[in-house]
Design a protein around this ligand. Structure first.
Ligand SMILES: *[C@@H]1O[C@H](CO)[C@@H](O)[C@H](O)[C@H]1NC(C)=O
Ligand SMILES: *[C@@H]1O[C@H](CO)[C@@H](O)[C@H](O)[C@H]1NC(C)=O
Length: 371
């Protein structure tokens, strides 16, 4: 620990910002307080390691501003990535504590001078992406940044109910993802500025690996248009002997092929279903009032609904009956079906999703996959 602390200081994050993280005592209840003290070393390890392990360097060099994600191919940073895994999500972390960790981490990282501080300091492409992902509700004065594969259909449904376009959240029928919704990108700069300043802003996050697996299983397992468009392209690119094949259904992309594809793609131009949550919602450029999580969907949704003054009878919809959860075992199975070296190459692309939202990196050791 002391070694890490020194490193932390050396890299120049001490002072007010550094201390904010060290003087980490957000809690009220005694039980939480006890859990917090048990958690503290790993929290610090997490924060310090993330800060000292490459990310800061990336930030200092302004690479994020230059629309670049950390280089995906091995350059020695992977060793640090592995250490971040210390923060074990499986311990029963009081969700309040986890929220506070997220809050502090985001504030600390986003206060670095090369991070964007508002949407106008983003590049036009970054700005377009985030404005197209923020939904506006005028009746209750809030902004919701939607992340596909994180209960976003249900939230869109909820928005329609709140704006009077749908009679109830359980209304039957296929969800139309665009109609009756107002996007921040539909508005004029002055209107955008006003809403960003005065409206309640929230987003929902999910374990980055779970989200990718969920996108993979849904899009390549079930959706023909994705198989035709992305599946065929992936197979042409990554399956031996198929590069010239014009007749590819694209319905049997393996998870490894999908990961290979992600490693080679530019995070800023990805399809929204696998684009990093950071790029979709820009949590440094937009100061969200609340970041809910998929893992706490029910409680967090209820919290938001209460905050925006939704009618008390309104409940967040139940998960659909066809909903296929990603279990720990399923995730382990898929992650271990990928060469672990390849998986390690993928992680830098999603490092801000892991670090800002406090998710632990997957264990990419050979021993782990033997179980
Ligand atoms: C972080 O904490 C501050 C102060 O308590 C609060 O105003 C803000 O809404 C929180 N942000 C998030 C994303 O939870
Ligand atoms: C990864 O998994 C192996 C085997 O289960 C375990 O021994 C090791 O401690 C884990 N590493 C981390 C960083 O969690």
């Amino acid at each position: 620990m002391p070694v890490h602390k020194q490193e932390f200081a050396k890299k120049g994050v001490s002072g007010p910002r550094g201390t904010a993280m060290v003087n980490f005592r957000p809690l009220v209840s005694a039980t939480s307080q006890r859990r917090l003290s048990a958690l503290l070393p790993s929290v610090l390890t997490f924060a310090v390691i993330v800060a000292s392990g490459g990310l800061l360097l990336v930030i200092e060099k302004g690479m994020l501003n230059n629309m670049e994600t950390p280089p995906p191919r091995g350059n020695g940073k992977n060793a640090n990535l592995e250490q971040v895994r210390h923060l074990d999500q499986s311990v029963d972390v009081d969700s309040q504590v986890l929220k506070e960790i997220r809050n502090r981490t985001i504030r600390s990282m986003c206060s670095q001078k090369n991070m964007p501080h508002n949407v106008w300091s983003l590049t036009p492409l970054q700005r377009r992406t985030v404005l197209q992902h923020i939904l506006v509700n005028e009746e209750h004065r809030f902004l919701y940044c939607y992340v596909p594969k994180v209960a976003c259909s249900n939230w869109k449904r909820m928005l329609k109910v709140l704006s009077g376009a749908l009679p109830g959240v359980d209304a039957k029928g296929k969800m139309d993802h665009r109609s009756d919704l107002l996007f921040l990108s539909d508005l004029q700069p002055e209107q955008i500025r006003h809403r960003l300043r005065h409206y309640y802003k929230f987003m929902f996050v999910r374990d980055p690996m779970e989200r990718l697996l969920s996108a993979y299983r849904n899009k390549f397992g079930e959706i023909e248009s994705y198989q035709k468009k992305y599946g065929a392209e992936i197979i042409r690119r990554y399956r031996k002997g198929r590069s010239k094949d014009a007749n590819i259904a694209g319905d049997d992309v393996t998870f490894t092929e999908f990961v290979r594809y992600l490693v080679d793609e530019d995070a800023e131009r990805m399809n929204e279903h696998w684009m990093p949550m950071y790029n979709l919602c820009q949590p440094c450029a937009v100061t969200y009032d609340f970041i809910g999580s998929y893992e706490q969907l029910e409680d967090d949704s209820a919290h938001v609904l209460q905050k925006v003054g939704a009618p008390p009878h309104l409940r967040f919809p139940e998960r659909q009956s066809w909903y296929k959860p990603v279990t720990k075992e399923t995730l382990h199975y898929y992650l271990c079906s990928v060469p672990q070296k390849l998986l390690r190459e993928l992680l830098p692309k999603y490092i801000l999703d892991f670090s800002l939202f406090a998710y632990s990196l997957p264990n990419t050791t050979a021993e782990h996959c033997r179980h």
